[in-house]
Structures are given as structure tokens and as C-alpha cells.
Design a protein around this ligand. Structure first.
Ligand SMILES: C[S@@+](CC[C@H](N)C(=O)[O-])C[C@H]1O[C@@H](n2cnc3c(N)ncnc32)[C@H](O)[C@@H]1O
Length: 299
């Protein structure tokens, strides 16, 4: 019987053969445990879609729409060397406050977590870090959870009586993640992170792919510094050279990211860099191939 993943890639092939070829190559390099995890995720996800009166085909169309945006932004980036969006105000209006865009963007991004090798590797890395810190986590904050997959993984790993807070500026993101997580332990907080002032400080903060969404990443990291306990840990991910409709701040390489981390008075405990194309790192960097940077930081 055809697996759900094969079905997804076949449907993508009917619209974009070249991209499907790349996805097939990604999948051919994966091991058995990937397919078990992907299958488990897709079962949960399809149930979530059904509860929301949607189908997997709906989600595949969302992915294709997100891909069309990425391709358009990539052409602009190649021409100008810059991201097309320049201000938070512009992106807030164009994306976060636009339910139609957020809907296809978040479903597309969710599928990419298993279709794109570099996204999947970062998810595994996050799981590994949460597993090794779970006994220290009494309260967990996620910033910009988007689709909600990361916090849902954290909930599965961290013990039951921990507190989980999720802050997102987009109401649409909170709606989507609220349905995916189906967990009444999470406090869903609709706020710009810069305006969030809780009474507590956190043991662990996770912020995946938000640093590139702000005008001043040092200011954002300083804000997280103020929300973290002195013994707390911060997990971040952010890409380099990754044009997208909501990316504002361009990191050109890992050194650019490490610089803002140091300026925000964080230390890097460990990090992982993965390019989106399977190329030697020097060639990938020279050709401005997008790279995902993930790191565990402490004060
Ligand atoms: C690209 S998604 C990231 C999804 C997920 N964390 C991941 O790593 O795949 C970015 C999310 O950050 C949220 N976001 C952007 N700026 C924010 C801000 N200033 N405060 C809170 N959330 C923000 C957006 O609404 C969106 O849900």
C-alpha cells in the first residue's frame, strides 16, 4: 500500500515535478526511524485535519502555495541580495494578521518539517536537547510556535505537571496550534513577545525561526534574556539566506548569528548548522544556499 508520504510527494509531482524529484531524493536518504516518526505524525495530523473538516489534499495545496511564495522571494533575493520585506509593520499586516496567508503558510511549513531534510534534522536536534534537559524543566515558554509541532513534541517529552506557555503575535497561529496540540495544559497567549511581561521566569525557552522575523534580533534576544531564569536555557533556530514573505533580518552566515548571540550576553553551549542542499559547506555558503542554525544558549 502507498504510504502517506509517497502520496504527498506524488501529488506534489503532479504540480511541480522538479521539486518532487528533490523531495524523493531527500526521502531516499532517510532511515527507518524517520519513516516511523513521519507516519506517526501524519496519522495525528490527518486526524487533526479531519476534525477541522479538511483533507490531506488541502494541506498539500497549502504546501504548494507556500513553495510558490518561497520561489518568488528567492528570485527577488537573487536579483537584489536583500529580503523583500523591510519592516515588522509590513509583515504583521501582510502575514501574521492575514488569516488566509497564515493558514496556508502554517500547514505548508508543517509538512516541510518532514519533507525537508534540514527541517527534520533540526526537529530531531530539538527533541534530543529537550530529552536531555527534561528533568530541569518546570516551566516552558515557546515564542512564535507557528504550527505548534515543536511545543507538541516538548509536551510529549517533558513531565506532566510542567507549565507550558505559548506566545504568538498571530491569532491564526494560535488557532492552528491550538487544534494540533489538543492539550488543555497549554496557555495560549496572543501577544507580541516584546510586550509579554509574565510574573515568572522560565527554565526553558524555545524560539524556532523567529529571530529573522524582527528588525533588531539583539533586542529580541535581550528580551528573552530577561524572561529566562539565571540557570535557564534558550533553544533557538534561525536560517541564513532564506528569503520568505515574513523574513526581515538577513543573516548571511553562521558568524552573523553568533555575533548577535554574543551581543545579547548569551553563551552558546552547543550548535548545529545544516544547509538546505547536500553540498560541501564552503560551496553552499559561497552560493548563498540557505542554512538552518540551531543552538542551545545559556546566560
Ligand atoms: C515561521 S513561524 C515559526 C514556526 C515554528 N516555531 C518553527 O520553527 O517552524 C514564525 C512564528 O513567529 C510568530 N511571530 C513573529 N514575530 C513575533 C513576535 N514579535 N512575537 C510573537 N510571535 C511572533 C509568527 O506569528 C509565526 O507564528
Amino acid at each position: 500500500m502507498q504510504s502517506q508520504l509517497e502520496y504527498i510527494v506524488d501529488r506534489i509531482a503532479s504540480q511541480n515535478l522538479l521539486h518532487a524529484k528533490k523531495l524523493r531524493k531527500n526521502l531516499s536518504n532517510q532511515n527507518e526511524s524517520f519513516f516511523i516518526r513521519a507516519d506517526d505524525f501524519l496519522k495525528r495530523y490527518i486526524k487533526f485535519l479531519e476534525n477541522d473538516h479538511k483533507t490531506l489534499d488541502y494541506s498539500i495545496n497549502c504546501y504548494l502555495q507556500m513553495l510558490a511564495d518561497v520561489n518568488y522571494e528567492a528570485v527577488q533575493f537573487l536579483k537584489t541580495g536583500e529580503y523583500s520585506s523591510k519592516s515588522f509593520k509590513e509583515v504583521n499586516q501582510r502575514v501574521y494578521n492575514n488569516p488566509k496567508v497564515m493558514e496556508y503558510y502554517m500547514h505548508g511549513l508543517l509538512l516541510s518539517q518532514f519533507l525537508w531534510t534540514h527541517h527534520y534534522e533540526i526537529l530531531l536536534y530539538f527533541n534530543k536537547i529537550i530529552n536531555s534537559h527534561k528533568s530541569l524543566i518546570n516551566n516552558y515558554l515557546e515564542v512564535g510556535g507557528g504550527h505548534g509541532l515543536y511545543i507538541s513534541e516538548a509536551i510529549n517529552i517533558i513531565r506532566d505537571n510542567a507549565q507550558f506557555d505559548l506566545v504568538d503575535i498571530s491569532k491564526s497561529s494560535l488557532d492552528i496550534s491550538g487544534k494540533l496540540i489538543l492539550n488543555n495544559k497549554v496557555a495560549f497567549i496572543h501577544s507580541d513577545i516584546f510586550e509579554y511581561s509574565p510574573k515568572i521566569k522560565y527554565d526553558f525557552i524555545s524560539m524556532g525561526e523567529v529571530l529573522e522575523h524582527v528588525e533588531n534580533p539583539v533586542k529580541l534576544l535581550m528580551k528573552l534574556h530577561s524572561l529566562l531564569k539565571d540557570t535557564g536555557k534558550l533553544f533557538i533556530t534561525t536560517p541564513t539566506n532564506a528569503p520568505a514573505i515574513d523574513h526581515i533580518y538577513l543573516f548571511q552566515n553562521a558568524a552573523d548569528i553568533r555575533k548577535v548571540i554574543t551581543e545579547s550576553e548569551f553563551q552558546i553551549e552547543q550548535e548545529l548548522c545544516i544547509f538546505s542542499e547536500d553540498l560541501p559547506p564552503e560551496i553552499a555558503e559561497k552560493n548563498k544556499i540557505s542554512m538552518m542554525f540551531a543552538a542551545l544558549l545559556s546566560k
